[in-house]
Design a protein around this ligand. Structure first.
Ligand SMILES: [Zn+2]
Length: 820
């Protein structure tokens, strides 16, 4: 009885907070947060969403957020915190967050209300039951809802945790403050132009984001600012302003930038060269060039800047031609290379005494030469950055896999009993670090930066060498190209895969409307006479190098290589999908309920089983694109016949006014069209060859996916139609990745779960540590395999690290490996 009363008073929940440790101390607190000191402050500033429990103050300086998913049915728990914050100059926000158990959540959202709209971002607590610092950059909050009034007008912060399981837990928050130090570079977003709408509105923030991402990877402290917020005060203390794609500037912004450059501030402008920007930088707009085949990248000229790479790749399709003025003393630091590798002579990067101009938008990307180009440009304009980047590179040595320094890494690794090779790498890293330190002390910034990079790579190798391999594992890569790695043939591609300890490839050899081998069922790809049978070439390489081959089909989607006459014939025969939005047709996808399309899907996959000694066949896109498909007249007629109903208002009548029975029947009808293809391919393929393996790439969340996209993959597993299934768990967060697997294990029945790892989709698509960690999560979960997306340049960058430990026993180091 006593307990009940306590709970009713909310004190019971307070008890939940007792075993939460005190949060770490933190600087840079938001003034409004620092003022929270009592239960009444929390009462005043926090408001819970419907059915969400109240936030509770803890005397030890944090706020407890109780989570009640077991009793209430809400989709999320939500707390609004009333705070007036000016975030114009901040890189973002940070706070310490505690989550006793992240498993009840699918994800967390963070919102800032500004005017009549919201900025939206996401975060993930990676570890359970400990405080961890969450940092959310403004550049990661590009998604807005409603009409936002700028980062200077934020009045509310909202935290939401989204339901995954019906279980209770407790979260807590502390130390809300500004992220990072003060920005020295501003990226000026063209919000004034975006506000006018138009098809390019999203591009302005997209290319601002590309610049911010490159600056982040260079460890340079930058902030994004709206061109509507640009004032002389905002530019105070800033060394460099970047105009990523600004077709025009508001007059106030132009005036502020004019003052800024007059006081020695530098400008880096990309692509757009209206008169106001021309005047600021000192280059004239001399028209544009649009070459056949586009450009392939930046070539250094004899007037290039210090540490500029000779070539940095970037695929641009046009350039603005800049002409230097006499007064600005400009020079061309890089020219454009065409798609064949020849120098076009068109200026790509022009340097002036006020800054620099790049002829096209900056696309960034993971290539080290591209990043090095940006670093050299910034170093040229603001020499102090050389010192800062050197300092940061020096202090980052050894920060691998959670270690904070090289000494800390040594401590952590010594617990793992490192093999001799790893110990050697560690001492090599230490001597490189000492050399970098010495270079720093004599002011050799760029040399210090380069040697620090070598030391970091060496420390990374040491960490990789302490990872343990696991035997008898299905280690797969999807390969989206039907031709293997760029610049390599299938033999070289598969040899590279095998040398790095992987043993399965899933090459994408056929789509809804094209085959990359001779086919009697599907149209053949246009270059078949010259380039030949890609499946045969891939299989020969797999046989030679001991790699298993499961052929990947993109179902329904005809693909951009499908011949026009085939697509036109499908349209004429009423075999393509239509969706409900203003009856726009989707010429690309075949309608799954059309019997001839089902036949085409089934026969195209069986043809492979009959003609080629493949190990397996693999479905992808085995689904609808979304809830609004397919609403073609064929679906209308076939669904009418199925239900004995007439649909006068199509497709509106599907939602109907009855008890929802029509809608449920419609969802069943959609699923049945997809199910039929999976069932037929699976049963008939096994009749042809009983040892064939059948598998599918699927969406992550089966209970939702079976309705929204008609993908009932749990049932396919239960029926035994699939031997293994690969949910595309393409998430950056290891905690979310683990959470997804833990849930999916309940769905696969006797089928094996080889989850998709999203290497190429991560924010850093060349992160070997995360790849190792996510592979290790599949091992901890006892899955026996995994499937990485995608076999491309990113794979080429990270695979050599995997064979140092994670996949070592079949790799080149097998003879040396001590864990056998
Ligand atoms: Zn249809």
């Amino acid at each position: 009885m006593k307990k009940t009363i306590l709970l009713a008073l909310g004190l019971g929940l307070n008890c939940c907070g007792i075993d939460i440790d005190s949060p770490p101390t933190a600087g840079h607190l938001l003034p409004a947060w620092g003022a929270i000191k009592s239960p009444s402050d929390v009462e005043r500033l926090f408001r819970s969403g419907q059915d969400t429990p109240k936030a509770i103050w803890s005397d030890r300086g944090f706020v407890i957020l109780p989570v009640n998913f077991s009793e209430a049915r809400h989709q999320r728990v939500t707390w609004d915190i009333k705070l007036d914050i000016d975030l114009r100059m901040a890189k973002g926000v940070q706070f310490d967050f505690f989550c006793r158990d992240p498993r009840p959540f699918s994800s967390f959202s963070l919102y800032f209300r500004s005017g009549k709209g919201w900025y939206h971002g996401e975060f993930t607590p990676e570890r359970k039951g400990v405080w961890q610092r969450i940092i959310i950059n403004k550049s990661d909050m590009q998604r807005t809802e409603g009409h936002v009034a700028g980062w200077g007008e934020v009045d509310t912060m909202r935290i939401s945790g989204w339901r995954l399981r019906d279980e209770d837990t407790v979260c807590a928050i502390a130390n809300l403050g500004f992220a990072g130090g003060k920005a020295e570079i501003l990226v000026v977003r063209a919000d004034s132009v975006a506000a006018k709408g138009g098809s390019e509105a999203k591009s302005f923030s997209h290319y601002a984001e590309a610049v911010s991402t490159t600056l982040d990877s260079l460890d340079m402290t930058s902030a994004q600012v709206s061109d509507l917020d640009l004032t002389p005060q905002i530019l105070d203390g800033i060394s460099l302003a970047v105009l990523p794609y600004n077709p025009s500037l508001p007059p106030e912004a132009t005036a502020a930038l004019k003052k800024f450059t007059a006081k020695g501030g530098r400008l880096l402008a990309c692509y757009s060269l209206p008169q106001e920007i021309s005047d600021l930088i000192g280059v004239n707009n001399a028209g544009s060039a649009v070459p056949d085949g586009g450009f392939s990248g930046f070539s250094r000229t004899t007037q290039g800047v210090r540490a500029q790479p000779n070539f940095a790749p970037q695929k641009s399709w046009r350039t603005t031609l800049a002409k230097t003025t006499e007064a600005s003393q400009g020079r061309v630091a890089a020219t454009w290379t065409d798609s064949q590798g020849a120098d076009t002579g068109h200026p790509a990067i022009t340097i002036t005494e006020k800054g620099a101009f790049i002829g096209h938008v900056w696309m960034g990307g993971p290539d080290t030469a591209t990043t090095a180009l940006m670093r050299s440009l910034i170093g040229e304009m603001v020499p102090a950055f050389w010192r800062q980047t050197a300092e940061k590179a020096l202090s980052n040595i050894g920060a691998v896999g959670g270690a904070t320094s090289l000494d800390n890494l040594k401590e952590i690794l010594s617990a793992a009993k490192p093999p001799l090779a790893a110990r050697r790498e560690l001492s090599k890293a230490a001597s490189l670090r000492n050399r970098a330190q010495a270079l720093y002390e004599v002011g050799e910034w760029d040399k210090c930066f380069a040697v620090s990079g070598q030391a970091s790579d060496t420390a990374l190798r040491a960490w990789m060498m302490t990872r343990k391999p696991q035997r008898d594992e299905h280690r797969a890569f999807w390969c989206h190209s039907a031709f293997g790695l760029r610049g390599k043939d299938w033999d070289a591609s598969i040899r590279f895969l095998a040398e790095n300890g992987f043993n399965v490839i899933l090459p994408n050899m056929l789509w809804g409307g094209v085959a990359f081998y001779p086919s009697a069922v599907l149209p053949e790809y246009g270059e078949l006479p010259e380039k030949g049978d890609q499946l045969a070439a891939c299989l020969a390489a797999c046989k030679k190098h001991g790699v298993k081959c499961h052929v990947w089909k993109v179902n329904w989607n005809t693909g951009h290589n499908a011949p026009d006459d085939f697509v036109q014939r499908m349209v004429a025969e009423g075999r393509v999908q239509r969706n409900s939005e203003a009856e726009t047709s989707d010429r690309v996808w075949l309608c799954p309920s059309h019997p001839a399309n089902q036949e085409l899907e089934v026969e195209s996959m069986l043809e492979i089983v009959r003609k080629y000694p493949v190990d397996g066949i693999h479905f992808d896109y085995i689904r609808y694109p979304g809830l609004t498909a397919c609403h073609c007249q064929g679906c209308r007629q076939r669904f009418s016949e199925k239900t004995g109903r007439e649909f006068k208002r199509w497709p509106d009548d599907l939602r109907g006014n009855d008890d929802g029975a029509v809608w449920q029947a419609w969802l069943d009808f959609r699923r049945a069209s997809i199910d039929a293809v999976v069932r037929r391919v699976s049963t008939e393929a096994r009749k042809i060859r009983p040892d064939i393996q059948v598998s599918a790439a699927v969406f992550r969340n089966w209970p939702i996916d079976r309705d929204t996209i008609g993908q009932d993959w749990k049932m396919w597993c239960e029926q035994g139609w699939l031997d293994f299934v690969c949910p595309m768990n393409y998430v950056d967060s290891n905690a979310v990745f683990l959470n997804m697997i833990a849930t999916q294990k309940d769905f696969v029945g006797k089928a094996r779960l080889y989850p998709g790892i999203g290497l190429s989709c991560w924010k850093d698509s060349r992160d070997p540590v995360k790849l190792a960690e996510q592979i290790e999560i599949t091992r901890e979960q006892g899955l026996g395999g995994f499937t990485v997306f995608n076999f491309d340049a990113n794979a080429e960058a990270v695979l050599p690290f995997m064979r140092l430990g994670v996949t070592a026993e079949t790799g080149w180091r097998s003879g040396m490996w001590p864990f056998k």
